[in-house]
Design a protein around this ligand. Structure first.
Ligand code: PLP
Length: 482
């Protein structure tokens, strides 16, 4: 282990081992296949080089928090204002989680109920629609509540709500499906327009974003990404939004850990610039699977109505785990962790570049490295499968103007949050770059198929053995024995 910050769980490994052994015995007595799959998942995660940019390893404290009877409580509503009796403990859980979120991110308001990133974005979209479309219509009709509107006024309002515009980053530039794309509900709710990246540099072109905003005049300007390996200047995005009267919504699902760990500050920190900021809690933030919404005061009341607007009952056990993860992220060790995520991504990118590989945007300044695998004569699908065969877990991803489309793709997305949690440092990430290049240079497409490939004999074994050494030196949940 080369990390200066201990991996989460190191200090309570014995207690966690006892707890998990007992829990798995109980599960086994009811459904052995689930106990077996749970044990096997830990073994698989321990034995592979996990480079999926959206995954991480939550601490035993976070994981254990989710396995409790808090799960059994219904608590629709918000703190102190529930539609069910007996919610005093859920009130504590939700207010502690929200307090940590506000203080960690410096946000006036935090809403910790969304069950996932997609839910957080839906809450944000509908809060913006409620504030900017519904509220003025109610005022105009002299009504306090939608139920007070006449049938005719209600039909008009429904039509207006469904006829708004959203401008977000295109999918092949790194945007996310929830930013207005047709297969997702956001694309059915909004008339969507995309901004891309500069075709030569691959970088976000703010003048082009401003031009698109002036022409399209969106109600909502979305910033944020799943596969863009660079920082965004959120002060500039806010200026663009203000100029056209748009609400700036930032989806920091991927890089929330870098914001929490103060790697992204000033113009790189979306929270002071955006009207509404959404995130997942399970990616670089290293919490339980879930989402949360941060808002400036003007949107707080509308966001607070996420339930019943788009959510049902909250998941109190997951809100509790969010509180624990956010408390961890407020510790000094998390800043060290976040710094190392970014340093390691640079080391991985440099390792690829030194070995002649081509990267989208030529490098990284966040936690993502996007490798263009056409330089190896492969599709993303072939590269992803060959890497998996050698024990390297990644995901294929479109690159700008992708010649292979969204299914086969031409890129592989790498992320450093998970292996950084295990203790990998810059030397280990340089070795990872070497192993990846070893696999890809020894992979040949088979025939004209975009999926089939052949890995040269001995490659998978060689790479797996080298990866096993790195993994053994940086164990996952050290001391945790089932
Ligand atoms: N937003 C962004 C930018 C994402 O990358 C993702 C997930 O990949 C989401 C939202 C959706 O998160 P979830 O899978 O938790 O719904």
């Amino acid at each position: 282990m080369t990390s200066s910050a201990p991996a989460p769980g190191t200090e309570c490994a014995d207690t966690a081992s006892t707890a998990y052994r007992a829990a798995l015995q109980v599960i086994e007595s009811v459904e052995p296949r689930i106990a077996a799959a749970t044990r096997k998942e830990l073994a698989d995660q321990r034995d592979s080089l996990k480079l999926i940019a959206s995954e991480n390893y939550a601490s035993p404290a976070v994981l254990l928090t989710m396995g409790s009877w808090l799960s059994d409580k219904y608590a629709e509503g918000t703190v102190g204002h529930r539609f069910y009796a007996g919610c005093q403990n859920v009130d504590t859980v939700e207010s502690v989680a929200a307090e940590h979120a506000r203080e960690l991110f410096g946000a006036p308001y935090a809403y910790v109920q969304p069950h996932s990133g997609i839910d957080a974005n839906l809450v944000a979209y509908w809060a913006i629609l409620a504030s900017r479309v519904e509220a003025p219509s109610l005022a105009e009709a002299g009504a306090r509540h939608v139920n007070d509107l006449s049938e005719k006024d209600w039909e008009e309002l429904r039509h207006k709500l469904g006829n708004q515009r959203l401008l977000g980053m295109s999918l092949d530039a790194g945007g996310h499906l929830t930013h207005g794309f047709r297969p997702n509900i956001s694309g059915k709710m909004f008339s969507q327009h995309s901004y891309g990246t500069d075709p030569d540099s691959g970088l976000l072109d703010y003048d082009a974003v401003a031009a698109a905003a002036r022409e399209f005049k969106p109600l909502i300007l979305v910033a944020g990404y799943s596969a863009y390996p660079r920082r965004i200047n959120f002060a500039t995005m806010r200026e663009i939004a203000d100029e056209v009267g748009a609400t700036l919504m930032v989806d920091m699902a991927h890089f929330a850990g870098l914001v929490a760990g103060k790697v992204f500050t000033g113009n790189d920190d979306p929270v002071p610039h955006a009207h509404v900021t959404t995130t997942t809690t399970h990616k670089s933030l290293r919490g339980p699977r879930g989402g949360l919404v941060l808002a400036q005061q003007e949107y707080a009341d509308a966001v607070d109505k996420g339930c019943p607007m788009v959510l049902g009952g909250p998941l109190p056990h997951v809100m509790a785990a969010k509180a624990v993860a956010l408390a961890e992220a407020r510790q000094p060790a998390f800043r060290v962790y976040a710094q190392r995520i970014a340093e390691n991504a640079k080391a991985l990118a440099d390792g690829f570049l030194r070995r002649g590989a081509r990267l989208v945007t030529g490098g990284t300044d966040n936690h993502i490295v996007l490798l263009d695998v056409t330089s190896f004569g492969l599709t993303g699908r072939q590269a992803e499968s060959a890497l998996l065969e050698a024990g390297v877990v990644t995901n294929r991803n479109s690159i700008p103007a992708d010649p292979n489309g969204a299914w086969y793709t031409s890129g592989i997305r790498f992320g450093t949050p998970a292996l950084t949690t295990r203790g990998f440092g810059v030397a280990e990430f340089d070795r990872v770059a070497e192993l990846v290049v070893d696999v890809l240079t020894n992979t040949q497409p088979e025939g004209s198929s975009k999926a089939r490939y052949r890995l040269a004999d001995g490659t998978a074994e060689r790479v797996r053995a080298a990866a096993a050494e790195l993994l053994a030196a940086n164990p996952l949940y050290p001391g945790l024995a089932l």
